[in-house]
Design a protein around this ligand. Structure first.
Ligand code: GEK
Length: 236
């Protein structure tokens, strides 16, 4: 999408052109993406509760949903997969139709800020909170905490920023080196970065930690980090 020079780089949107290249784009942009998906399955197997719901918030093409689906061994569970991009959801539906799991999936085209979270054992925000306005993030995490059953978990994966400028520069440089190693050119990297500016708003480890505590989670752990990409698990 960003291989040719653009006269004006437009604000990044999850439209049909992004949905079309999405699996390739995320795998080549997020170090450890496939490991994180695999471990979301491991978290699901460990924390899913009988007759509960699992939420995939910002589901894109349903990679998290598929990982959760393969790991739900209790009866009476369903997955709620939410995205506000119709282009993503249409492709997601086609992919899930080919999946032979019997766990039902409710696909919802909505803003995750408007979706009720109820009777939840596992909630996943895999690289989605970073697209929510900063001022709305606490309210969303409080609602997720409220909707979780005792013992339930939130898996939160995010691109982060570092407060130390030396570390910020080093981790950013290494992320770019990773993208180059995955075949992206300097031009693609810089045009995508320009498109994401003011759309993807990263926060620090400390800001995420403080928000998880404030939302009421009894503990949280950073279980994955590669350069400026992390994943937390927070328990109710
Ligand atoms: C994966 N989890 O493959 N409401 C609903 N959806 C939203 C909102 C919102 N307010 N804002 C953004 N999205 C996926 C990857 S991608 C991450 C998630 C990335 C959706 C948006 O349409 C997109 O599908 C997804 O969140 C973010 O594990 O592209 O960096």
């Amino acid at each position: 999408m960003y291989a040719e020079p653009l006269t004006a780089v437009e604000r990044f949107q999850f439209d049909e052109s992004v949905a079309h290249v999405f699996p390739d784009m995320i795998e080549r942009s997020v170090p450890g993406y496939n490991t994180i998906l695999h471990m979301i399955g491991v978290f699901t197997q460990r924390f899913v509760q009988r007759e509960s719901r699992c939420y995939d918030l910002g589901c894109s093409l349903g990679a998290v949903t598929r990982s959760m689906r393969r790991n739900i061994n209790h009866g009476g569970c369903r997955i709620v997969a939410v995205d506000n991009s119709m282009a993503m959801l249409e492709r997601c539906r086609a992919i899930l139709e080919k999946d032979d799991s019997l766990v039902p999936v409710d696909m919802v085209c909505a803003d995750i800020q408007d979706v009720a979270i109820v009777n939840a054992s596992v909630v996943v925000l895999n690289f989605t909170l970073q697209f929510i306005p900063l001022c709305a993030r606490s309210a969303l995490l409080c609602r997720i905490h409220e909707g979780l059953l005792p013992g339930g978990v939130l898996v939160l994966s995010e691109k982060i920023r570092f407060t130390d400028s030396g570390q910020q520069a080093f981790q950013t440089e290494m992320h770019h080196a990773f993208k180059k190693s995955m075949g992206y050119s300097e031009l693609e990297i810089s045009q995508k970065r320009a498109a994401l500016e003011r759309v993807l708003l990263p926060e620090s480890l400390e800001e995420h930690g403080a928000r998880l505590s404030m939302a009421g989670f009894r503990n949280h752990h950073t279980w994955f980090q590669c350069f400026n990409f992390v994943s937390f698990v927070a328990r109710k």
